[in-house]
Design a binder for this molecule. Structure first.
Ligand code: FPP
Length: 239
């Protein structure tokens, strides 16, 4: 069994939370029950990550592609966001967690946008875990919006268009500006895809895939993934 006392904890863990629908289906329940259980697991995972000393935890809650789901399912997810944003404020406050959202929030209803802002503002001073929720997030869209902001800066004379513009400079235009890249990317439910998550930022992340469905995810599964990460030899393209 993974022993948290002897493991090096990665700075930044990112998670593609997959399998809510299958979890519900296996129980003969509507897909939204899987999402509901998935939200409870998010809450618990934030507490676990904070206690383990992880500095950044990023979860993929809603992708730019998820709008293609049925209106019922999208509506149910919006309701869950409304409810859990309030709960998360409580969890964050109790655990010294700073919350940050990435993704294009402009597409969300006004009350959800206001809830996001409240969560970010009221937890801004926390010094423990930074919990990052990706909503209406797509890796390509992140890069596209960053390129637009960069072009605007050049057009308006705030920055010169120059060959000296580095990858690190570009990173400052991404939603994740100021955050380290994920060291470990976990995907649940056994699928072997990135699904447009943090494409730029995961260039050198170690990927751990577990067959566990997201609603069954727990601290032990997190620790096993961290243990596997501990056995990887990170070379960043070197030898
Ligand atoms: C993937 O399962 C899950 C999602 C697309 C949504 C994940 C969202 C949550 C767990 C809620 C997060 C909430 C907060 C407050 C951060 P799936 O529906 O694709 O499952 P399937 O692949 O089995 O169909």
């Amino acid at each position: 069994m993974a022993d948290e006392k002897t493991m090096a904890v990665p700075d930044h863990v990112a998670i593609i939370m997959d399998g809510n629908g299958r979890w519900a289906k296996k129980r003969g329940l509507p897909r939204t029950f899987g999402h509901k259980q998935g939200c409870k697991v998010v809450e618990q995972t934030v507490e676990d990550a904070a206690r383990l000393g992880i500095r950044y935890l990023t979860v993929y809650a809603f992708s730019t592609e998820n709008w293609k789901r049925s209106a019922d399912e999208v509506g149910a997810l919006m309701q869950l966001f409304r409810y859990y944003m309030v709960r998360l404020l409580d969890v964050a406050t109790k655990n010294n967690v700073r919350v940050r959202m990435i993704g294009d929030r402009r597409r969300f209803p006004e009350d959800i946008r206001a809830g996001i802002e409240k969560l970010e503002t009221e937890t801004r001073e926390a010094t423990g875990l930074t919990f990052v929720i990706a909503v209406n997030y797509g890796g390509r869209d992140d890069i596209r919006r960053a390129a637009i902001r960069y072009a605007e800066d050049v057009r308006e004379g705030r920055r010169e268009a120059a060959d000296s513009f580095t990858e690190a400079d570009f990173g400052k235009y991404l939603d994740t500006a100021g955050m380290p890249d994920p060291d470990l990317l976990i995907r649940t439910s056994g699928e072997l895809r990135l699904s447009n998550f943090l494409l730029w930022q995961c260039a050198y992340s170690e990927i751990v895939i577990t067959d566990v469905l997201w609603p069954d995810f727990n601290k032990q599964v997190l620790l096993s993934a961290i243990e596997e990460f501990n056995h990887r030899n990170r070379r960043y393209g070197g030898v």
